[in-house]
Design a protein around this ligand. Sequence first.
Ligand code: CA
Length: 467
Amino acid sequence: MNPDSRVKNGNCGEKAAERVKSMIKRGLASSKWMGIAVVCGALASCAAGPQAPSPKPPVTGTPSPVSETGPIIYKSSGHAAMDAWRNDFSERAIAAGNDRAIVKSLLENISPITMWLGSSLTEVQTQTAPSDQAEFAKPIWDYLATPLGNTRITQGQQKLISAGPTLQAIEEQYGVDRQALLAIWGMETNFGGFIGRDDAANALANMAVEGRRRNLAETELYALMKILKEGHARRGDLIAGWAGALGQTQFMPTTYLAHAVDFDGDGRRDVWKSEADALASAANYLARSGYVKGQPWGIEVLTPAGFDFSLADGGERRMTAWTAAGLSPIRGGAFETGGAEFAELWLPAGASGPKFLLFKNFNVYKVYNRADSYALAVGLSGDMIVGKGGPVASWPKHIPPLSVAEIRDLQTSLNALGYDAGTPDGIAGRRTKTALQNFQKARGFLADGYPTQEMLAAVRVGGAVTN
Ligand code: CA
């Protein structure tokens, strides 16, 4: 997907909405992870474009007077299921001790969002758009195009200078390197250029009514109540992305309560308007998630002839084992790991694409979004912003990626052969990769676990085809 082309096509919001629905269907969207970067990136880039729809004003104003007892009476949202959920949730929220005026102020103006609820609930539950499915088979080099593109990197380099003193102070206090913060800031909101256009309570209410993530949405709504109760933000400040994430570094409300900090010292944790607060909050979150300052997220490597690619099995091994196996940094010299002793070998596009040793910080990036591709985009774009360069080896663009249907077919066939690829879902995750690697190993193929047409053909006939 190329978000830039969407802007030109003027249909970005719509496409993103379709993808969200598709993700919800698959249960892939969850928590902050709802920000599967593909979609967030699309929304951010789209919104920055000339044809982006004009922002919807946040729900503002002081709460209407609320009677002190009995259920809160709301004006209908025009959506029966939404009204029913709101009455029930309000009652539970108040019974749980939440302030009636706050509950009402969050929920009185909610309304159905097409992205979440479609034109009817029935539509959401039955619709499957084939074009959405293709998204998940999108090659990683297409995914990386925007985060590693000139525009994003140049903007990041400008922020490296303009926010330099702040980043320096944050590095010293939280022990998180500036390239990590700049990369996440860029990925999440285009450096604060687009922090969302939805009201957080409305986005979460829609998520709750849609149903698949109701508990999570309600937990986040309770967190919004606490944010207002504790006075961290005003009702009108609660602007969010489509999944309810707040501010320049896109914190879900519970994450905000747990990790947001006031770094500029004005007494408020303003992740919306204060760069310093947003960046320090992200640093605090990464630090508490185990970020290790001065260690790389990953290092691109060269493999020697005859290398056993089945070592790229998701397991961590000692650096001494990797060097003994013949791995070396693709840029030359010795490995500079900042003291890290263990790494995992990862082949995002198989043996013929760039290969990386991954360190602990790679997994820390995944607190923001659990997709490996997201963490890779953060790692590489951060490196590029501070002048360390992007991937050296070429991506195998000549090898056509498998469609979702083909990956499902691959999974089914692997399962039938006794290689456990899990429930066929059309997404080539780590389990599928391991199953394919085991198949490749047993049948004498190069064991990189990369799903290609050739491998699909071989698995379909039970491995009778040989190289
Ligand atoms: Ca502040």
